[in-house]
Ligand binder design. Structure first.
Ligand code: NAP
Length: 294
């Protein structure tokens, strides 16, 4: 059997198109142009690429991008002042602080200083608590994208055995919360899990958010399962170049799974599309408008 490939590029392009249409309607009917501020501290090359891609996507969706680039020597107090200014700037509906931050800055303090209504990453404890309590919230973009990808294969996730590998605040934990909200039966596995292979074999829906290249082997997958691979791992490739692989051994897994996301071209593009959706939602929320039906 060969698994269906869940094409994140096409699915995210569709979502971005819908967000763009909704943004145009918002501008035309109400004169509102959602704005996202992306804050980058320091010169991490990977972060610079992410920030560039995010700002480009924001502009392409008809929204305003406010890039704020600060030197690596920025103090916590200076970054706090910038967050305070962005919190009170009416043109800014979403604030995203690119992680990781330099050592002298406590990322938790910065995240907690962002206005929860503008917290388009969904990392603020207020939004984390609301998600866990089953209230509407801004939720982290990567797991939100994963749920949308899984639902392409199975529109209802109710009753599925879902296994999430990874318990980070950015992916694993919110992923588990979102799947619980979809009425899946959720197991969270991590580095201390005993016999990970057996745990994975139970999964109708397997989400790997580990950061270990191709850790998940084909014979860990339940036949016909849906596999969502969040991992982005750079490994040595041919001719001295590097290539990107996921946390799942794609060649092996695609012979057993019913459907699988490729890396690259799966979860990655969905994350950016969901960031655009969160910015639109944040703008509507701040203007007292209903959440857009996207
Ligand atoms: P993270 O904070 O490093 O968390 C990794 C998780 O994996 C931890 O919970 C860890 O367990 C668990 N883990 C590590 N080794 C394990 C093992 N051998 N067996 C079982 N569990 C293991 O990473 P993250 O930020 O969640 O990111 C995970 C991956 O997703 C990375 O490759 C990252 O680049 C990628 N990512 C992709 C996107 C995207 O848009 N596609 C977005 C975010 C992240 P412990 O808690 O016990 O240490």
């Amino acid at each position: 059997m060969t698994a269906r490939i869940i094409d994140g590029k096409t699915i995210s392009a569709d979502l971005r198109g819908k967000v763009t249409d909704a943004v145009h309607r918002l501008r035309r009917d109400r004169g509102i142009v959602p704005g996202l501020a992306v804050v980058l501290v320091g010169e991490n090359p990977a972060s610079e690429v992410y920030v560039r891609n995010k700002s480009k996507a924001v502009t392409e969706a008809g929204m305003q991008a406010f890039d704020r680039k600060l030197p690596a020597t920025t103090s916590e107090t200076e970054l706090m002042s910038l967050i305070a200014a962005l919190n009170s700037d009416e043109q800014v509906n979403g604030i995203l602080v690119q992680l990781p931050l330099p050592k002298q800055i406590d990322a938790r303090k910065i995240i907690a200083a962002i206005d929860p209504a503008k917290d388009v990453d969904g990392f603020h404890p207020y939004n984390v608590g609301r998600l866990a309590s089953g209230f509407p919230a801004l939720v982290p973009c990567t797991p939100m994208g994963c749920v949308r990808l899984a639902k392409i294969v199975r529109p209802s996730l109710a009753g599925l055995e879902a296994v999430v590998i990874g318990r980070s605040n950015i992916v694993g934990k919110p992923m588990a919360q979102l799947l619980l909200a979809e009425n899946a039966t959720v197991t969270i596995a991590h580095s201390k899990t005993v016999d990970l292979a057996s745990v994975c074999r139970r999964a109708d829906l397997l989400v790997a958010a580990i950061g270990r290249p191709e850790l998940i082997r084909g014979d860990w997958i339940k036949p016909d399962a849906t596999v969502i691979d969040v991992g982005i791992n750079r490994v040595p490739g041919e001719g001295g170049k590097s290539r990107i692989v996921g946390d799942v051994n794609f060649v092996e897994a695609s012979k057993i799974a019913g459907a699988i996301t490729p890396v690259p071209g799966g979860v990655g593009p969905m994350t950016i599309a969901c960031l655009l959706l969160n910015t639109l939602r944040a703008a509507c929320g701040q203007k007292g408008l209903p959440a857009p039906n996207v």
